[in-house]
Design a protein around this ligand. Structure first.
Ligand code: BTN
Length: 272
């Protein structure tokens, strides 16, 4: 289904991915609660075909840690890729997805463990997008739903936990449909490479884009515990390495929130 407002490249993405994902389709909806929620609903009712579901607007978009994901129509790309997946080890999938998406977009798209796409430049640091991965088990099969939200233009800062940026800052004039064309095939390739080889081939590629590397960070868990230390990249399994007073710790839980203790400032007011 096409919505008319934006020309979505459904057929060309389907053609490009048909050889590697038999039965694959691209669907575009004008509005839905959440593309992740919809694909999880479908999987639980037995629909496990590979699909890329795009929504021009989500009314109940979800982020990590139970947070809402808000985006204005036309100002963002919101979609989920659903497919059966059977990696020997699931550790690091969201990082591998981040690497695939970042590399397809621009050399300056950076990654913040475990699932954020960031911009970091002379204007300071801004969140560009995020990844939310969920899975449904149906018998012996596991269906992965990989949700991606990407700001095309920077959302208004009011009410946001941290400043946000938009892809147009790096790629002037790019639209949501063009962003999808750039990233759809590399995303599927990254997921399939992860399924076959695990996170190890992505480790160095993550580390060159890692915004936390060599910085003081604070890691907060859901129980209110916090540790601080310096971040030293990720392991072959995608764990975040944080050097604390108790030694090197490997952070593996995706239920933590990590932030740099000192923001990298933008230019002082009045400077060009
Ligand atoms: C995060 O930064 O916490 C992850 C945000 C993920 C948002 C995307 S938008 C498409 C898909 N549907 C959702 O409800 N969430 C993901």
């Amino acid at each position: 289904m096409s919505t008319g407002a934006i020309l979505w490249p459904q057929r060309s993405i389907e053609r490009a991915l048909a050889p590697v994902l038999p039965g694959f389709s691209v669907e575009v909806l004008p509005e839905i609660d959440s593309t992740n929620t919809e694909l999880m609903r479908r999987a639980r009712s037995g629909h496990m075909a590979p699909v890329l579901l795009v929504a021009e607007q989500q009314t109940a978009g979800r982020g990590r840690l139970g947070r809402p994901w808000r985006s204005a129509p036309g100002a963002s790309l919101t979609f989920s890729l659903g497919l059966p997946l059977a990696p020997p080890d699931w550790s690091g999938l969201s990082l591998a997805v981040g690497v695939g998406v970042a590399e397809s977009l621009h050399p300056e798209v950076r990654l913040k463990w475990p699932n954020d796409l960031w911009l970091g430049d002379a204007h300071g640091e801004r969140k560009l997008g995020g990844i939310l991965i969920e899975t449904a088990s149906i018998g012996a099969l596991r269906y992965a739903v990989i949700g991606v939200g990407l700001n095309v233009t920077a959302p208004h800062a009011a009410g946001l936990a941290m400043p946000a940026g938009g892809l147009q800052e790096l790629l002037p004039g790019v639209g949501a449909a063009q962003a999808l064309v750039r990233l759809a095939v590399p995303l599927v390739q990254a997921v399939q490479a992860f399924e076959a080889l695990g996170f190890a081939p992505f480790q160095a590629r993550f580390n060159v884009r890692d915004v936390l590397r060599e910085r003081e960070v604070s890691v907060a868990d859901a129980q209110g515990g916090t540790i601080t230390g310096s971040a030293h990249g990720v392991t072959e399994a995608g764990a975040l390495l944080v050097h604390t007073t108790a030694g090197m710790q490997q952070i593996t839980s995706s239920e933590v929130s990590v932030r740099p203790l000192h923001a990298r400032p933008g230019p002082a007011a009045g400077q060009p």
